[in-house]
Design a protein around this ligand. Structure first.
Ligand SMILES: [Fe+2]
Ligand SMILES: [Fe+2]
Length: 418
């Protein structure tokens, strides 16, 4: 083996012994080199003449021997072996320029500098995107390992928005401003809140099932879903508080709701679940929350519906972005969606909105129980169903389905709204 004349990298080890800290300089220096690249180690520690060749044998690096410097120090030459980290440079970081106060360092900034890979390696485990991964790690059971099936580029921005928009259900709702409402009206509000909370529980559980399937190379998707889960937790908390705060308490849970939500919980595929839950279900809930906001008999209910709707708009936005992205890369999706919606419709025996929900929304919109008010409330409820239908068709078209299919799928959507 001939001795290389020039080293690509040189370090000065002074009097450090190999076991006395010198490796903390040697190893990172070797990591910078491609296999075969040469490191020169200057040293005044004579013990290194025995220790360094032995260490190189164990670590599969090539030791080329030692020579004397002009000033009498040792100069050892080591070539990096082929094992260990794959060759490559350390990720370049980016120092933030001093900026105006209040400027935010966003996840979207990071994602644009360190983009999602097209595919992710299951052997990289929980290694953050951008890390150099030492070979030999175990295979992880992540199943969502393709960018185009999982990670729309908007996701980091949605995560940033979600974090900035978090609110506090204990403090931000004017709980003290709930007046004594007529008994029937308060009972209607409490029933609507019960229905909302039951559906919100499914919106907490369904996306949670997919988080452990997401490869950490697409961590922003898991992080966004974490904000969505926190949103749903807050909605459940707030809706149940409103049901209880006016004295009527939690109301009835319908079998229709139960059938409908089980089909969501049992969805096996992330894209299908996101389509059913976020685009169809949460999309329809946007119109429901607007309706509640419009007819809210008190400020707490109004504020609650308004805040929940803003959060839901983000969840729908992610669902749509995910879908548009997936549809652009998989032309078989529309047919699959149709099959999934038909199969789901067949599993829900009831075809009408749960009776207690219909009645409660009618009384809520009536604001009173006189026959003329109820007639108005009934009309408003019919109008809500029409608004929901139109909204669904529009969102499905927006996601990339054609008009006829959008209308068919909207028609087949669960009578439970979610
Ligand atoms: Fe929610
Ligand atoms: Fe949601």
């Amino acid at each position: 083996m001939s001795t290389p004349a020039n080293a690509a990298v040189a370090i000065d080890g002074g009097e450090l012994a190999l076991g006395g800290g010198l490796l903390a300089l040697v190893r990172p220096a070797l990591d910078l080199l491609a296999p075969g690249g040469v490191l020169a180690i200057r040293s005044r520690n004579a013990g290194l003449r025995d220790d360094l060749p032995a260490w190189c044998r164990v670590e599969h690096h090539d030791y080329f021997g030692v020579e004397r410097d002009a000033d009498g120090a040792d100069r050892h030459l080591v070539a990096r072996g082929g094992l260990g980290l794959p060759a490559g440079r350390r990720e370049a970081g980016f120092a933030l320029a001093p900026s105006a106060e209040g400027e935010r360092f966003t996840a979207a900034t990071v994602l644009s500098a360190v983009p999602f890979p097209e595919r992710a390696d299951p052997h990289s485990g929980f290694a953050p995107r951008g890390a150099r991964v030492e070979p030999g790690g175990p295979r992880y059971p992540f199943t969502l390992t393709e960018r185009d099936r999982l990670a729309p580029p908007e996701v980091a921005q949605l995560y940033d928005q979600a974090v900035a928009a978090h609110w506090d259900a204990a403090r931000d709702i004017p709980w003290a401003k709930i007046p004594r409402l007529p008994r029937a009206l308060e009972a209607a509000v409490a029933q609507v809140m019960t229905f909302l909370a039951e559906n919100e529980l499914s919106a907490l559980y369904v996306p949670a099932r997919f988080v452990p399937q997401i490869h950490p190379a697409y961590a922003e998707v898991a992080m966004f879903l974490a904000t969505q889960l926190a949103d749903e937790a807050r909605h459940i908390d707030a809706f149940l508080k409103r049901a209880r705060a006016g004295g009527a308490g939690v109301g009835i849970s319908a079998a229709t709701t139960s059938h409908s939500l089980l089909t969501l919980l049992e969805a096996r595929d992330f894209t299908e679940a996101s389509f059913l839950l976020s685009v169809l279900g949460e999309g329809t809930f946007l119109d429901l929350l607007s309706f509640i906001e419009k007819h809210a008999p008190d400020e707490a209910t109004l504020e609650l519906a308004r805040r929940a709707r803003r959060d839901e708009a983000r969840h729908v936005h992610f669902g749509l972005a995910h879908l548009r992205h997936a549809l652009a890369h998989d032309p078989s999706l529309p047919a699959r969606f149709e099959a999934v919606v038909r199969e789901r419709a067949a599993r829900i025996p009831q075809k009408a909105v749960p009776a207690h929900v219909q009645d409660a929304l009618t009384v809520l919109a009536a604001g009173d129980v006189t026959p003329s008010a109820i007639a108005r409330g009934h009309e408003a409820f019919r109008g809500l169903l029409e608004t929901m239908r139109e909204g669904r068709v529009k969102r499905l078209e927006n996601a990339g389905l054609d008009r006829e299919q959008a209308e068919r799928l909207s028609e087949l959507h669960t009578p439970n709204f979610m």
